[in-house]
Design a protein. Structure first.
Length: 268
C-alpha cells in the first residue's frame, strides 16, 4: 500500500512537471486563437473554395482543424514538423534586412513551409491524405504567421525564456501572447470571431494584398515592440491587456482574412 501511494505521488509530480513545461514548447496562439483565425477565414471563402475545402476536410471545419498542427506534437511521428511553426529572426533588422534574411536563410521554417503546403494543395496528383495534412497545417501556420512571437529570437526560444508574471502567475512572453491575453477576454472562439470580424473594405484590400515577406515583417515589427516594452520579470495585468488588446485582435483578424485569401487563390 505504501509503495502504491509513493508511485501515485511520483506519477502526479511527473504530470505536473510536464504540464508546467509543455506550454513553452507546444503552444501557438493557443486553442482559442487558432480557432478564431479559422472561423474568420471561413466567412471570406468563395463558393468554389468552400466546396474544395469540404471535399478535403469533410465535416471538419477550418476552425476545428486549426489546432491539429499542435495536437499532433504529442506523436513523435510528426516531430519533423517542429520548425514549421516559426521563423527565428535576429533583432535590429529593417525591412530590407528581414527580406534578405528570409531570402538567404535555408532552414525549414514558417516562411519556407507555407508555399510548400500551398503547392501540395494545388497539385492535382497529391493524394487525399497529402491534401488533408497540407490543409490542416496551412490553416494552422496562417495563424502562427500573425502571432508576433513566432517571428521572435532564437536565443530565447521566441520569448519562452523571458519570464514574466501574468496576474501574479509565473509565465513568459510567448505564453502570454499564445494563450493568456486571449483567454483573458473570456470569449468562446465563435464569440471572439464575431466580435472582431469587422474589417473595412480598405483593410481587407490591404491585408489581402501583402506578400508572405510583408506579413512576417509586420509581425516582426510588433514582436520588437513587445520585447521593448515587456521587460524580464515584469508584472503584467490589466494595463498590459489595455495596451495590447487592439493589436492582438487585429493580428487574429488579419490571420483569418489572409488565410481565406490563400485558400481562395488556390482554388480560383
Amino acid at each position: 500500500m505504501i509503495l502504491t501511494s509513493i508511485r501515485k505521488k511520483l506519477a502526479a509530480a511527473l504530470i505536473v512537471g510536464f504540464l508546467a513545461y509543455a506550454p513553452a514548447q507546444v503552444s501557438a496562439w493557443g486553442t482559442i486563437g487558432h480557432r478564431v483565425v479559422g472561423e474568420i477565414a471561413d466567412s471570406y471563402l468563395k463558393a468554389k473554395t468552400r466546396k474544395a475545402v469540404q471535399d478535403i476536410l469533410g465535416y471538419e471545419t477550418l476552425a476545428m482543424c486549426a489546432n491539429w498542427g499542435d495536437f499532433i506534437k504529442s506523436d513523435s511521428t510528426y516531430n519533423y514538423m517542429y520548425n514549421w511553426h516559426f521563423v527565428n529572426l535576429p533583432a535590429g533588422l529593417n525591412k530590407d534586412g528581414v527580406y534578405n534574411f528570409l531570402e538567404t536563410d535555408k532552414s525549414i521554417s514558417l516562411y519556407t513551409k507555407i508555399p510548400d503546403l500551398i503547392a501540395v494543395l494545388k497539385k492535382t496528383s497529391s493524394t487525399r491524405e497529402e491534401k488533408k495534412l497540407a490543409m490542416r497545417m496551412l490553416v494552422h501556420l496562417a495563424g502562427d504567421l500573425c502571432q508576433p512571437m513566432h517571428v521572435a529570437r532564437k536565443e530565447d526560444l521566441g520569448g519562452n525564456r523571458v519570464s514574466v508574471l501574468w496576474f501574479n502567475e509565473k509565465s513568459n512572453i510567448h505564453r502570454v501572447w499564445d494563450e493568456q491575453l486571449i483567454e483573458y477576454q473570456q470569449l468562446s472562439y465563435t464569440e471572439y470571431a464575431k466580435a472582431i470580424n469587422h474589417a473595412s473594405a480598405v483593410e481587407l484590400y490591404n491585408w489581402q494584398n501583402t506578400s508572405l515577406k510583408d506579413c512576417i515583417f509586420e509581425s516582426y515589427n510588433i514582436c520588437n515592440k513587445i520585447y521593448d516594452t515587456t521587460k524580464p520579470d515584469a508584472k503584467l495585468s490589466y494595463r498590459y491587456n489595455f495596451d495590447w488588446v487592439d493589436t492582438l485582435n487585429n493580428q487574429l483578424l488579419k490571420g483569418g482574412v489572409r488565410l481565406a485569401k490563400m485558400l481562395n487563390d488556390i482554388y480560383s
